[in-house]
Write a protein that binds this ligand. Structure first.
Ligand SMILES: [Zn+2]
Length: 166
């Protein structure tokens, strides 16, 4: 069960870096990917990838009010890990970046916005009182390069759902 308060904390801290809907979709996609891939339990459920379209819908309502979000999250069985910034291994981070990019693309947000978000995180990491996500999700050139390399794949996955970008 999703705790609404966790989402509010998550949004407040990360909003300036997210900047807009597409940025929120990027961060939500990443966090949903952790939940979806069961990273909290240190195991990957392969069948979960088939639900990408459904979760894409959940990511798409990321800018709705908390009650609506909660309703959608419950409908799709997304757990309480969403919005909680837990430290994950580098392997899990790579997976979450890949799946998250695909999720936001399927939801109709150009995945190139995810690269921009992580670039803003990188710029922010030297600043004062960084949001929690920065301490658990270090942004560096390697991560940004990796995300860029994943863009064609994410767009191709979205195209399977009829979503295309110019
Ligand atoms: Zn992560």
């Amino acid at each position: 069960m999703l705790k609404t308060s966790q989402l509010i904390v998550f949004y407040t801290g990360i909003l300036p870096i997210c900047k807009d809907d597409a940025g929120i979709a990027a961060v939500m996609g990443h966090e949903v990917a952790h939940a979806l891939a069961n990273h909290g339990q240190q195991r990957m459920s392969a069948g979960m990838l088939q639900q990408l379209g459904q979760v894409g819908a959940a990511v798409a309502v990321g800018n709705q009010d908390p009650q609506t979000q909660q309703m959608v999250m419950q409908a799709y069985g997304i757990g309480s890990q969403v919005g909680v910034m837990l430290p994950f291994s580098r392997k899990h981070e790579s997976e979450a970046d890949m799946i998250g990019l695909t999720l936001m693309a399927i939801a109709g947000y150009n995945p190139e916005n995810a690269v921009a978000v992580w670039e803003r995180m990188s710029a922010q990491s030297g600043g004062q009182a960084p949001p929690e996500i920065l301490s658990t999700h270090p942004s560096n050139q390697t991560r940004i390069d990796h995300l860029k390399s994943l863009l064609p794949q994410a767009k191709a996955e979205a195209a399977k759902f009829g979503v295309t970008f110019k």
